[in-house]
Design a protein around this ligand. Structure first.
Ligand SMILES: Nc1ncnc2c1ncn2[C@@H]1O[C@H](COP(=O)(O)OP(=O)(O)OP(=O)(O)O)[C@@H](O)[C@H]1O
Ligand SMILES: [Mg+2]
Length: 248
């Protein structure tokens, strides 16, 4: 039984086909990498899965039950955790308090006592490498650390499926290695992962499968190394880079 099945999902924003007839499944234990040029629909796809965006057509199934009409907070409680591409921590809180909020959000109200939420927060802060900075006000964190905090907040909800939106953007080579290790630890803890990433080293380094979106459509899906050799994928990326070099 697939953990998540996305079936024929389409989403338009005005004249833009952000997603057009996208179908794929996520099996337990997968680390599915979603790649594609800017504007390809990657974030919109995660937004549909987490419930922030409603597809115009298509269906989403969680262990074979439709969740298309389930609101985001209930999807979170079913086990779908996510990060946001634009990180927005609570600015007046510490790293630890921000993470504990994630733990509380993942539970029906009153189920988790604040002390237990703090304990859960401390565990995941160790896992993402922020243990020593747990009492920092979030505003003191560097960009890579804010990304780690974003992962910690999602993990604190104890998800079964973790959706990561470009959590390695802007990291240097050493930080990318640390982030890869973190993803391996998360996966070893039994969490299935779907991640959006432009860093190809990440796709080959941790993903079990890769799916390429281009103009809202699935271009190719398969083993990462094969996908990255695919002529259509190279064209989609080179075409985009060429356009950027021309200043368009
Ligand atoms: N809320 C929205 N309203 C209008 N248009 C939107 C909205 N969200 C996304 N779009 C458009 O849908 C398309 C897909 O956007 P999306 O953010 O999903 O792309 P992406 O693949 O995540 O890109 P990036 O790599 O830049 O993050 C783009 O053309 C974008 O401008
Ligand atoms: Mg995006």
């Amino acid at each position: 039984m697939s953990l998540l099945a996305v079936r024929n999902v389409s989403k338009r924003f005005g004249g833009v086909n952000a997603l057009a007839d996208v179908t794929f499944a996520v099996e337990p234990g997968d680390v599915l990498g979603i790649i594609g040029p800017n504007g390809a629909g990657k974030t919109t796809l995660l937004n549909c899965v987490s419930g922030v965006v409603h597809p115009d057509t298509g269906d989403l199934r969680w262990e074979e039950t439709s969740i298309s009409r389930v609101p985001p907070y209930r999807r979170a409680r079913l086990g779908i955790g996510r990060t946001f591409q634009i990180v927005r921590p609570f600015p007046s809180m510490t790293v630890r308090e921000n993470t504990a909020m994630g733990a509380l959000f993942g539970q029906p109200s009153g189920r988790l006592q604040p002390a237990a939420a703090i304990k859960q927060a401390d565990e995941v802060l160790e896992l993402v490498g922020l243990g020593e900075k747990r009492d920092y006000p979030v505003l003191r964190l560097t960009v890579p650390d804010r990304k780690r905090l974003e992962v910690a907040r999602a993990l604190a909800m104890r998800p079964r499926l973790l959706l990561l939106d470009e959590v390695m953007a802007g990291l240097n080579a050493v930080e990318v290695e640390q982030a890869l290790e973190m993803i391996r630890r998360v996966r070893a803890g039994g969490i299935t992962i779907v991640l959006i990433e432009h860093v190809m080293k990440v796709i080959v380094g941790v993903c079990t499968r890769a799916l390429v979106l281009n103009f809202g459509r699935t271009l190719v899906e398969g083993p990462p190394a094969e996908v990255l050799r695919d002529r259509r994928v190279i064209e989609a990326y080179l075409g985009e880079r060429y356009a950027r070099d021309q200043g368009t």
